[in-house]
Design a protein around this ligand. Structure first.
Ligand code: SF4
Length: 316
């Protein structure tokens, strides 16, 4: 660790105590940012922690829609994101006008939005979901109701497969990082690491084809399709000594830290989210000293979006 990095870490830890701030970091954040966080986790864990925290200020080390979710859940708190440009290629695949048009084509459908959406989209949805609870959310909807699932097509295809639901319509959105993980990558790594557990995120471009190939016996063993937090739990509980991880590489830091005797191998070294990596220690420090950048969702949108988030949280 460089002196500069260590200096920033010490200053941030001191500042957050002085300011009464809590730092929440997503599993895909840079290792040094994860190390100064009070909580590191997936979208669902970050939302529940934001709701629970007693601190006045939340510094959200993640992408913009996540900070918006924290602002929706905790309207009285100061929510800061260290870089306003930290967006999400998946969330930006659908806007309010597109959803309005889609809803008008499917009257009476129930809208389920993955948490990777803007506050505006959440406000137009009936339910929110994360990759940990998407199956549970869709299963809670009466079978005879149509479902519009957005915006991730791979997660949608996975949920439709697991729930065996035929009346589910899926928005054709994708995340550039996960879409880049293909079935060829899985097959190559499966033959190279035959004794490893394979952990695949449901947003990956390889998920649907991996499930298909594994049920046909084309690949050696069935991969575990898990949210990032599910991956963490699996890595702790499994007896395997090696794991091939198909999601953004940032999670390997936490996996290795919490399971030092096990080996974690990224399915692709370049599965990197440039938006997540925009948050640096320097920017976290600036955020705490200059009170930047405040994320505040307008009350009308926040109130409607909160209903969709609360429906999801009630199912957990
Ligand atoms: S990894 Fe993909 S879904 Fe996650 S924040 Fe980055 S672009 Fe969005």
């Amino acid at each position: 660790m460089s002196l500069v990095t260590n200096d920033y870490k010490l200053k941030i830890i001191e500042l957050k105590k002085k300011r009464g701030a809590t730092i929440l970091a997503h599993n895909y954040q840079r290792p040094e940012v994860q190390d100064i966080a009070d909580y590191v986790g997936d979208s669902l864990g970050l939302s529940t922690n934001a709701a629970r925290t007693e601190q006045e200020t939340i510094v959200f080390c993640g992408v913009h829609f996540m900070a918006e979710t924290a602002s929706i859940i905790c309207p009285d708190k100061v929510v800061l994101i260290p870089d306003l440009e930290a967006g999400c290629s998946l969330a930006s695949t659908i806007d309010g006008a597109q959803l309005k048009k889609w809803k008008s084509e499917h009257a009476d459908a129930v809208v389920v939005s993955y948490v990777n959406t803007s506050a505006e989209i959440k406000a137009m949805s009936d339910y929110c979901c994360t990759s940990s609870n998407a199956v549970k959310v869709v299963n809670s909807i009466p079978k005879d109701r149509k479902v519009l699932f957005l915006p991730d097509m791979f997660l949608g295809a996975y949920v439709a497969d697991v729930t065996k639901r035929k009346n589910m319509f899926i928005w054709p959105g994708e995340c550039h990082v996960h879409a880049g993980i293909r079935a060829e990558d899985v097959n190559r790594m499966l033959s190279k690491f035959k004794d490893a557990d394979f952990l695949i995120h449901p947003e990956c471009g390889c998920t649907s084809s991996s499930l298909y190939h594994s049920s046909n016996g084309d690949i050696l063993k069935r991969p575990y399709v898990l949210s990032t937090e599910g991956m963490m739990n699996h890595a702790k509980a499994s007896n395997a000594s090696k794991y091939v991880i198909a999601t953004e590489v940032g999670i390997l830091h936490r996996m290795t830290k919490e399971n030092p005797s096990k080996t974690f191998i990224p399915i692709k070294e370049d599965a990197i989210c440039k938006y997540m990596k925009m948050i640096t220690l320097e920017k976290v420090y600036d955020s705490l000293t200059k009170n930047i950048y405040r994320v505040k969702v307008p009350q009308k949108i926040a109130d409607r979006a909160r209903l969709a988030i609360d429906r999801m949280l009630q199912l957990n």
